[in-house]
Design a protein. Structure first.
Ligand code: MLC
Ligand code: AMP
Length: 468
């Protein structure tokens, strides 16, 4: 079966099947426009797409997938540091972008640009690539250093989407709405490739403002907890979702008060699911099963989970330990990083998520937190403290920097930086990081301090930073 099976097969040419912002294409128009892109890629095995929330991104990604290339989405606001790393590390041979896309054609070493023109059409039949072929390389933060490229096969994506269709009773009758970024698993894999495999219509609302969710008239809505919390704070917008079938939350823990407020205003208990860039979605509540606040459900078909202690020994129900997963949705490894890859796998083939979890006696999983404090979860984005520290240290006015996640009512955690500097202003450092990395990685707060607390070995003691 083709990865984008519904898109590949359908003869449905009714307008408006796939909408992003104000513009839309029918199924047939999307297939023919993406096929025209695929025709241009002759021989390229890796192509980068600046992943703005636009119809061009959808057509570019689908064109790459139809051609059998690995697609590398580039966060559109990534500064030169992050963008150059992604382009160089991925070995992308072409950039698919609308002509004149800011910043893209400016890079000195940027690969040649293939212009995306939504008006073109083609009916070439591109053979379906091997399911083992790479579909996407998604860049994701670790605790230190530059982001790593997670290599995701077509087979893993198909397994995840089929598992979700089963768990959520997701069918062509659904209309999916969301306003998530198109360079991560949530917005791109679930939020774009999902509808193209299942055959449900898509309404991408641009930015995830509550009033846009309210106006979308969809049956399924996707959001990160920050989006759901903003919707719950606007009762009129929340009430407009009463006619929906499923409200799905993921990418971070949904606070219980937000769960309760949404249930009260919309009449729907939100459905939570858990995933990672490296594993795709592995655990989810089911449409026909219980939805309890604080729980993320049960493993998808074909996925196995276990909770282990610090020696790697499996723990019984209710005990807290590291969550490990295996199954058909897992990635093939980090690109160019066998060292990092080996560190994520156990000798007997399980993937170490780094998340601390418990499993109830009835099988419901609870994500308690992360084992590593250097991974920050802000607005549903995973942000590596080390990458932000490296960006800060590149500023001539910064002598030392330590970055931590601190509680934030809207974002879950915010990026907070402690800096020993030479006459540099806080706002200047925030803007400096926003210019060099994706803007969501910028510190929301910079605290200028005289010294960082260190232990006898000279290592920064981050826990002591937030004590004061
Ligand atoms: C702000 N901006 C700046 C800036 N300050 N730009 C330059 N310099 C500065 N100093 C700009 C931003 O670029 C952006 O522009 C705008 O201001 C607001 O950005 P923001 O601060 O990030 O917005 P905010 O409202 O705080 O974002 C909240 C949010 C966002 C929830 C909308 O965090 C979000 O979209 N989260 C989703 C994350 C996600 O999809 N995660 C899934 C990972 S996959 P502009 O132009 O953009 O408006 C995964 C697997 C799984 O986890 O299980 O799902
Ligand atoms: P990323 O790789 O950016 O997709 O981030 C993955 C991380 O997001 C996971 O390791 C978890 O820490 C977190 N996460 C995803 N979904 C949930 C959820 N439903 N509840 C709690 N944490 C989640």
């Amino acid at each position: 079966m083709a990865l984008l099976s519904r898109l590949a097969e359908t003869a449905d040419d009714r307008p408006g099947a796939v909408r992003v912002g104000e513009r839309s294409l029918s199924w047939v128009e999307l297939r023919r426009a993406a096929t025209a892109v695929a025709d241009d890629l002759r021989g390229a095995s890796r192509v980068a797409v600046p992943a703005t929330a636009s119809l061009e991104t959808v057509v570019g990604v689908v064109g790459g997938l139809l051609a059998g290339a690995a697609v590398v989405p580039v966060p559109p606001d990534a500064g030169p540091l992050e963008r150059d790393h992604i382009l160089r590390d991925s070995g992308a041979q072409l950039l698919l972008a609308p002509p004149g896309t800011p910043d893209v054609d400016a890079g000195a070493d940027a690969p040649p640009l293939v212009p995306l023109n939504l008006a073109r059409r083609s009916d070439t039949r591109h053979p379906e690539p091997d399911p083992a072929a790479t579909a996407l390389i998604l860049y994701t933060s670790g605790t230190t250093g530059a982001p790593k490229g997670a290599v995701l096969s077509r087979r893993a994506i198909a397994a995840c989407l089929d598992g979700l269709a089963d768990a959520w009773a997701w069918t062509p009758d659904d209309v999916l709405a969301h306003g998530l970024p198109l360079f991560h698993v949530h917005g791109l894999v679930l939020g774009v490739l999902g509808p193209l495999r299942v055959g449900s219509r898509l309404r991408h609302v641009g930015r995830p403002h509550p009033e846009r969710y309210a106006a979308a008239g969809a049956s399924m809505y996707f959001g990160v907890p920050t989006i759901w919390s903003r919707i719950a704070a606007q009762p009129a917008a929340a009430r407009a979702l009463r006619g929906a079938r499923l409200l799905v939350s993921g990418s971070a823990a949904l606070p219980e008060p937000v769960f309760a407020a949404l249930a009260g205003l919309t009449g729907h208990r939100p459905l939570e699911r858990y995933g990672m860039t490296e594993t795709l979605v592995t655990v989810s509540a089911r449409a026909d099963g219980p939805r309890r606040p604080g729980t993320v459900g049960v493993p998808l078909p074909g996925v196995h989970t276990r909770v282990v202690d610090e020696h790697g020994d499996p723990l019984p129900a209710d005990a807290m330990g590291e969550l490990q997963v295996r199954g058909g949705t897992l990635f093939d490894g980090y690109l160019n990083r066998p060292d990092a890859d080996a560190a994520t796998r156990t000798a007997d083939g399980w993937f170490r998520t780094g998340d601390v979890a418990t499993v109830d006696p009835d099988g419901a999983h609870r994500i308690v937190g992360r084992a590593a404090t250097d991974l920050i979860s802000s607005g549903g984005y995973r942000i590596g403290a080390g990458e932000v520290e490296d960006a800060l240290l590149a500023h001539p006015g910064v002598r030392e920097a330590a970055v931590v996640g601190t509680p934030h009512p809207d974002l879950g955690q915010q990026v907070t930086a402690y800096v020993v500097g030479d006459g540099v202003a806080e706002t200047e450092l925030i803007d400096f990081v926003a210019r060099h990395l994706s803007a969501h990685k910028r510190p929301r707060q910079v605290r200028l301090v005289g010294a960082l607390p260190r232990n006898a070995m000279g290592k920064v003691q981050k826990s002591r930073l937030t004590e004061a």
